[in-house]
Every structure is written in C-alpha cells, then in structure tokens.
Design a protein around this ligand. Sequence first.
Ligand code: F0G
Length: 482
Amino acid sequence: MSEIKFIYEKSSPLEMHKVRIVQKLNLIPVEERLKAITEAGNNTFLLKNRDVFMDMLTDSGVNAMSDQQLAAMMVADDSYAGSETFTRLEDKIKEIFGKKYFLPTHQGRACENILSQVYVKPGSIVPMNYHFTTSKAHITLNGGSVEEIVSDEALEINSDNPFKGNIDIDKLKALIEAHGAEKIAFVRLEAGTNLIGGQPISLQNMKDVYKLCHDNGILVVLDASLLADNLYFIKQREEACRDMTIREITRAIADHSDIIYFSARKLGCARGGGICTSSEEHYLKMRELITLYEGFLTYGGMSVREMEAIAVGLEETMDFDMISQGPQFIAYMVDKLYEAGIPVVTPPGGLGCHLDAKSFVSHIPQSQYPAGALAAALFIVSGVRGMERGTLSEQRDENGNEVYSNMELLRLALPRRVFTLSQVNYAVDRIRWLYDNRHLVGGLTFVEEPKVLRFFFGRLKPVSDWQIKLVEKFKADFGDSL
Ligand code: F0G
C-alpha cells in the first residue's frame, strides 16, 4: 500500500454532547451468530436487530436525536392541511437553502421517483458523479440511463485526493458534446458520494458544474442526503472555504443548484424527505405527483412529529460541532485499520468506514460476492452488521449477466452520535482478527435472487463449509468469550 497523506487531524475525537438515553445491546455467542446469519440467507439486511451487537448497516433513520428535536416533536400540529408544523419546516428550508418552494416526501427515494417521472424520458441521460442504488433504479425505470463522471482517481481505494466525489468537468463537456444538451434530463450531484465511500464534492466543483450546465441550459439537481458530512469536509479541506461558516457554505452550495432533494433519514437526523427549488415552473411540474404518491402538500407522507424533528435537525446541522462527530469517528476508525495494514478506503469519507473486500478477501472472485461474504464473516466473528456495497448491490443486465461493480466495499456505517469510541475499538479488533484469518473466508452464491434491488431481499448460501471452519478457529482463539 502506498504512503497516504491523511487530511484530518490525528487527535482523538471529542464528543460535544453527552448521552442521556441508552438502548441495551446484546452480544450473542458465536454459534448463535452463525445460526442468525444462516437464517438471514447471509444477507445482513435480513438479520433481526436483537441478534446484532453493533448495527453499522446504515445511518439512515438511526442517527441519535437531540433533546431539542424530541422536545419539538411534542408540539407538532397534525392538521391534514395547512399545519403549522409544515410552515415551520418550510420556513427553515427557505432560511437555510434560500429556496422558495418546498415539497415534502416520505423519504429520499420518493423524491427520486418524482424527479425521474417528471424529467427522465426514454433515451434520456443523467450524468452524475456516482449513482446511488435507488436513484439509478428510478432513472432506469423511466427509460433513462446513468453516466458516472467522477475522476478516475475516485475509484482508487487509496488516494490523497480530498474531493474524490468531484465531477470530472472534461467528461461532462464531452458528454454534452457527444449527445447534445437536449438529451440530458439533468445533472445529478450527490453530496458525500455514498457508494464510493462517502467521498465529498468541493464547492468549487459544484460552481464549475453549475456554470457549464447553465451555459448549456441543463438543470442541476443536488442530492443533499449526505450534505452534513460534505459541509464538514468543505470547511476542513477546501482552502477557500476555511473562513466561511457552515451556514454560508450551505447557502453557496444551494445557490449553485436548481433543485435540491434529500433523505431526512440522513440529513436532519429524523425520518422523511423533501425537494426544494426557487423555480415556480419546476415546483408546479412536481407538485401533483406529491399528492398522488406521497400525501397532501403539507405533510407528504411524513409524520408531523418527524417534520418538527427535521426542522430542528436542519438547524443543528449548521453547527460545526454537531456535524464533526461523524467524520471524526470515521477518520479515527479508518486510521486504526490503515495502520494495521487493513485495506480501507482513504481518505476517510463521511457515512462510515469502507473496507476494500477486493483486497481483503482477494481470493474470492467477484462472481462469489466478496463484499457480501466479508459482511457475513464479520457478523459471525463480531456481531457487527455492515452493508455490502459491491456486485450484490448491482442489478443484472437485460441479458441476465452479472454487472461487476467497480468497487467491492463493505460499508460499516457510523450513525451520528450513536457509538462510543470503545465500541469502535471493539469493531477494529475483530476486523483485525478477521484479516489475520481472511484465508478462511469463502464466497457466497444466490439461493433466491430478486430481479430489482436484489440486495434487499436476496438469500445466499456459502459455497463451501467455510463458515463452520471460521467459527472453529474463532473458538480456538477466543475460547468461551463472545
Ligand atoms: N440518496 C443517497 C445519497 C442516499 O444515501 C440514500 C439512502 C437515498 C438517496 C435514498 O434515501 O433511503 O430515504 O429513500 N441511503 C441509505 C443508505 C438507504 O443506507 O445509504 P431514502
């Protein structure tokens, strides 16, 4: 592995909050963990939470909420139409993003459904830094196709590029020239690019993309679901933004996008979603689909309590202390793993820590889902539940052939303010043990394979008895300890 220049401070993370409500965890014995993952078809999505010790599946809807959010939930106005709660959320969106119109939805993918139905036509192209599973599914369902135009370096596991999520402007220019602007439904920018390891986009890149798109009459749509981490990285890593407040950076980002949508299961630390824009024309195009698919315009499928929590959560996202916790814990975990020689995506991004399964279990071919196999193995040896982000998360092509993913990652999400540093250290220790015993990990094969979003419900089995051998070795090394 090459020498990496990390772009974060190496000091120990320091939480600027204290814990006031806790949830009891279970750490079940290793044989029971094997039984649980077998019953779950070796798919961590199908595990029961009672069998999980550290749930690092996702940060979606599971970030810790603040006392202020809980308090606000108590004063929600649940009128069907014209609720005060909606007005409070709409006002907060206007204040933070400077966008006049807000359309509420039940979660992020609902926004993607509406955007795709309105703007994507058969044959349309949607260039983006990188796809997210649900965004791509909605675009292709409407007959469009996705073009990923991050720089080549973004797909390298180790790099010292602070903004691996940036769009490659030359690739975007070439796409516009090759297909013509009319074919492009919109350009989608994903803050905190999820599938390549939570890697950020710089403000400068957003400005460059916006200028090029506007010169060519192309819409810019920002997926702000992972904006909180991206804001932190812009302030930390982008020289020109060092003296800007988080609020100023947020506004500058918003000023360089035509439409912003987000999953409030991530942004705002609650559960819900929404779309905002300053254009009446776009607002009117999307509005009727909200009432058709989501709910009336003043709740959009969300509980009003969650809407109150989102309004407060968005305000809290403007606090640098609040948004620092996630990236700092992730950097700590990445650093510990990297020092131990374990293949992990660098520089550390947002969302979580991403193990490079292609290298971790390099003996497993992509046809046997190395990242999925690593997820099952890690659960067996630790009770830590991660999420496969590799070939399993792809869909077969129209001829039924596997589409091998560029990266085979095991994502270990760090929901904000949820885990302690000792729990992170526990996860690191078990990953180190697994790395030392990696030759014992084998591949997986499908038993039941759904056609769409197969990673959610698909069931797999090990290609050999490798899981039994892994448990035997674990017991030989750890004895009776869990
Ligand atoms: N966009 C991004 C960048 C996301 O990470 C997600 C969800 C969505 C859109 C869809 O939002 O779940 O509210 O419908 N990511 C979750 C995850 C599922 O675990 O990374 P949603």
